[in-house]
Design a protein around this ligand. Structure first.
Ligand code: PHE
Length: 343
């Protein structure tokens, strides 16, 4: 009888430990079979009660049943705990078999792509890159460029002033004066940069946009050099078939001045909605540097001549990629920008 009770207590303790330390329902089921199943020692002990002397059977049987009942209750409680814990787990644990998601890859903005390409073409002609400040003085933005402050371009309506004498530059041309002031000819620079105008934000205007300025100054630079350099650029950028046209124009800082058109690549020059039926698209303002500008920066206008040009980068990007609305360039919509990933 003593042995009987001792082995029962041992079983009870081993069973209890195994049940409470089971960490998953499947493990608990194994434990249940081990301690309470048909072939479990406890079952064998219960069956052997009948072999005990008559007077011990009742208390031995009661004790064995108590142990069985306790283990059953413990197993039930543990099963409930485990299924509650499983339900509290987040549904989507990391599924290592899922295929990976491609990483987001940034790319250059179409304006940057075009600006870099334009600068690279002018580099072939010996032009290096220069930069200038976006907050500019009225002197560099207007006066040094032979533009009096009562010129319409200087009108407060057209310009973002930061004070009486400072403003957000309305074009990249002030960098012409800044570079000439600090260096002697020969000068050959291209100047990419953002400019600001109090323009409406519509399909063809933006209040902030990128320009590229160009300036070449040396002894003996003629209108032929001007036309040849611009033609070289147009053919390198738009292709050998592109036709080019110089139209007389006016800028206070160039004389003579021209606006440069290229044949519309969309209709091939026949006339379409993009070129407004003319077959031509304007790409830049340009001209021979006005002698008054040379005087303002301390160059001898009798000795030096040169040419300058300024173009809107967004405009040219729109032509190249057939973008119908300039605002697309500034919205930052990833669906739009992703199309230029290979550019
Ligand atoms: N600065 C002029 C503009 O913004 C363009 C230009 C540059 C014209 C250089 C002539 C020479 O419209």
């Amino acid at each position: 009888m003593e042995d009987f009770l001792a082995s029962l207590r041992e079983l009870e303790e081993a069973g209890r430990t195994a049940i409470v330390s089971a960490t998953a329902s499947e493990e608990l089921e194994q434990v249940r079979i081990e301690f309470l199943g048909r072939k479990a020692p406890l079952t064998r002990i219960l069956r052997s009660v009948g072999e005990l002397p008559q007077d011990q059977r009742r208390s031995a049987g009661a004790e064995a049943n108590r142990v069985k009942k306790r283990l059953l209750e413990l197993a039930e409680a543990r099963a409930a705990e485990l299924s509650a814990a499983a339900a509290a787990q987040p549904v989507s644990e990391i599924d290592l078999t899922l295929p990976g998601r491609a990483r987001w890859r940034g790319s250059r903005h179409p304006c940057t792509v075009v600006a870099d390409e334009i600068c690279a073409i002018f580099k072939e002609l010996g032009f290096s890159r220069a930069r200038g400040p976006e907050a500019e003085t009225t002197w560099y933005n207007f006066t040094a460029l032979n533009t009096s402050l009562d010129h319409p371009a200087a009108d407060e309506q057209d310009t973002f002033y930061l004070g009486d004498d400072t403003l957000l530059r309305t074009h990249t041309s002030p960098v012409q004066a800044r570079v000439m002031e600090r260096s002697q000819p020969p000068v050959r620079i291209v100047v990419p940069g953002v400019v600001f105008r109090r323009d409406p934000f519509d399909a063809s205007h933006a209040p902030a946009f990128e320009q590229i300025e160009g300036l070449a100054v040396d002894e003996g630079i003629s209108f032929v050099d001007f036309k040849a350099s611009i033609s070289y650029f147009v053919h390198r950028f738009f292709g050998a078939d592109a036709a080019i046209r110089f139209r007389p124009s006016f800028f206070p800082f160039t004389e003579p001045s021209a606006e440069v058109d290229v044949s519309c690549a969309i209709c091939g020059g026949d006339g379409c909605s993009t070129c407004k039926g003319t077959g031509w698209l304007e790409i830049m303002g340009a001209g021979m540097v006005d002698p008054a500008v040379f005087e303002n920066v301390g160059y001898d206008p009798e000795r030096y001549t040169g040419f300058a040009f300024g173009m809107g980068v967004g405009r040219i990007a729109m032509l190249r990629y057939q973008i119908p609305d300039i605002r697309l360039l500034y919205d930052g919509d990833v669906r739009f920008l992703q199309q230029f990933q290979s550019a």
